[in-house]
Design a protein around this ligand. Structure first.
Ligand SMILES: Cc1cc2nc3c(=O)[nH]c(=O)nc-3n(C[C@H](O)[C@H](O)[C@H](O)COP(=O)(O)OP(=O)(O)OC[C@H]3O[C@@H](n4cnc5c(N)ncnc54)[C@H](O)[C@@H]3O)c2cc1C
Length: 533
């Protein structure tokens, strides 16, 4: 069963070894002993529903609490510390397009705010019901999880939009295919959520982001159904599919999508390499990206992330032995770990691996073919559970991301990291900050930054610390000319920074599309952008 307080299912835990706990105490300070607010307290806060009656709507406190938030740090404080104060007035699980159409009519008639709910894995406040205004209905798409068609001739598959990562790949695998979209939230996040937030999977270097995988779809908008042409490519004016990608539920509910699929790869391997420092590693990565090698993933950790990964592995003896070995080969304390993936047929993988090894060595790097790559792939969907354990220990952990051109990667990273590192200095609090380059392009790369700080006794204080850190880092991102989000979307948390990226005319175009398709503002009000009355 899915946790209400924290990430994932209640049966899975990620243990933080004692050595790692010591490391955190040394770097950030000893944590306070804190406990989560009891669930009864949260359930007791759910007010009476304001929704007019409608068949199938659940108004019990547990259903409404379960759909009240996503996974942003703000959401965590609300649900774990008990500060949650807005709830959907009801939850409904439609089973088909017809039901969704009727629901939208009901919302139009009674001026209800609809929030589609996929996997609930949003990390930027997409799902928070507004405090004031019309009642909110959470529309959980969990029942719309079927494969509708698989066309082997065209390498396409059509799914209902509420299908989760494991359900989707489960269907495809049986028939020898793969979509290959693996965000770290894959266990719960859904196809509809990926499309409307422009999600990026870990192996996007091979499979592509969600945008090129999305062929066509069906959107139920407040003013009627919208279908997109189903053609391999087209030059017939602007591509209207792009108004769905990143629409964050402001334009309607995506009910189904046709996706480009591939044959299952013959072989998939993950390995590691090390570079003496981040500067050298980033230069090597740029050259690798621009050589356009046949790889599926490239992920370069900075020295602190490399060290933290070692500490969290719980393999003290192995780590100490490995560090000695790495030092002998010139990979000292500033070492940076690269994890890379090979996805394809044996022959192509072999060539790509050889080409990569050549470039790694050219940049003073060292290939490591055992353990690390395998350990990474084995734990890739388990790692998010670490956030639960750290929270229980007394630490808040959050991540943020951007993309920058190659020439700004190092300066940009330093600027964001130092804003975070000194963000709580006025309180005498330390912040552990580490980063990696997570997706590479020929013209730049995305940076993924993790920061960890101590929770405070007062949840508002924990939240205030997050607001200050997130604000300073976001400001540094836009000052450097980076995007406010490479993959997580805008929601509420990135909304203040959107205008800087789109410009006044760009904002007007987005506003006008929303006003056109949703004139009465019944779709996910206040997310992405805030409209006047
Ligand atoms: C541990 C963790 C790891 C993550 N890793 C990644 C990652 O690697 N890459 C990445 O890109 N993101 C990542 N994310 C962010 C998140 O998983 C993505 O934004 C994801 O696409 C959200 O999908 P979801 O189904 O959970 O959507 P939800 O969180 O349920 O909803 C997100 C938004 O989409 C809307 N929505 C959902 N379904 C529909 C629909 N059918 N029609 C219209 N609107 C809809 C919702 O109303 C909301 O506005 C991660 C999050 C977590 C918690």
């Amino acid at each position: 069963m899915k946790r209400i307080q924290g990430w994932g299912n209640i049966e899975t835990d990620y243990n933080v070894p004692e050595a790692a706990q010591k490391y955190l105490t040394q770097t950030v300070g000893a944590p306070l002993k804190l406990t989560n607010a009891p669930l009864e307290v949260l359930l007791g806060k759910v007010p009476p529903s304001k929704l007019p009656p409608y068949p199938g709507i659940l108004i019990d406190p547990e259903s409404r609490l379960r759909h009240a938030r996503g996974q942003s740090l703000n959401d965590w404080v609300d649900l774990c510390d008990g500060t949650v104060d807005t709830f959907p007035d009801g939850v409904i699980y439609p089973s088909n397009e017809e039901e969704i159409r009727k629901l939208i009519q009901y919302a139009e008639t009674h001026k209800i705010n609809l929030i589609p709910y996929g996997g609930g894995s949003s990390v930027v406040g997409h799902l928070t019901p507004p405090g004031a205004g019309p009642p909110t209905l959470s529309v959980d798409l969990g029942r719309m999880n079927q494969l509708l068609d698989l066309n082997e001739d065209n390498f396409e598959a059509t799914f209902e939009a509420g299908i989760s990562g494991p359900q989707l790949e489960g269907h495809l695998k049986k028939q020898g295919f793969v979509l290959g979209h693996f965000p770290q939230s894959w266990e719960y996040s859904t196809l509809g959520g990926w499309i409307v937030t422009r999600s990026v999977g870990q192996q996007s270097y091979h499979y592509g982001r969600i945008e090129p995988l999305f062929v066509t779809g069906h959107l139920e908008t407040p003013i009627g159904p919208l279908d997109f042409p189903h053609v391999p490519k087209s030059a017939a004016g602007p591509d209207l599919r792009h108004i769905i990608l990143g629409s964050e539920a402001r334009l309607g509910i995506l009910t189904r999508a046709t996706m480009r699929i591939r044959r299952l790869p013959e072989q998939e391997k993950f390995y590691a390499a090390f570079f003496p420092n981040f500067d050298i590693g980033a230069k090597a990565l740029r050259e690798i990206a621009q050589a356009e090698l046949n790889l599926s993933m490239l992920r370069l950790s900075d020295p602190i992330e490399t060290e933290t990964t070692f500490q969290l592995s719980g393999e003290e003896k192995l780590v100490s032995f490995a560090k000695k070995g790495l030092k002998l080969f010139g990979q000292g304390d500033e070492r940076c770990m690269l994890i890379y993936g090979l996805t394809g047929d044996h022959a192509t993988n072999k060539i790509a691996d050889r080409q990569l090894a050549h470039l790694v060595r050219k940049h003073q790097g060292m290939m490591v073919k055992f353990y690390l790559g395998e350990a990474w792939i084995e734990k890739r969907f388990l790692t998010p559970y670490l956030r639960n354990t750290l929270w229980d220990l007394g630490y808040a952990l959050d991540t943020l991301e951007t993309a920058l051109p190659w020439q700004k990667i190092q300066v940009g990273r330093q600027s964001i990291v130092s804003e975070l590192q000194r963000g709580l200095a006025d309180e005498g609090e330390k912040v552990l900050v580490f980063s990696h380059i997570s997706h590479v392009y020929t013209n730049g790369a995305s940076l993924y930054i993790t920061y960890l700080y101590r929770r405070a006794h007062d949840p508002h204080h924990t939240l205030d610390r997050w607001k200050r850190l997130k604000g300073a880092a976001s400001q540094a991102i836009v000052t450097q000319g980076g995007t406010i989000t490479h993959q997580h979307g805008v929601g509420m948390d990135h909304r203040p920074y959107l205008a800087k990226e789109k410009g006044p005319l760009g904002m007007r175009i987005i506003e006008n599309i929303i006003k056109d398709l949703d004139p009465n503002q019944v779709m996910n009000r206040n997310k992405l952008i805030k409209l006047g009355k």
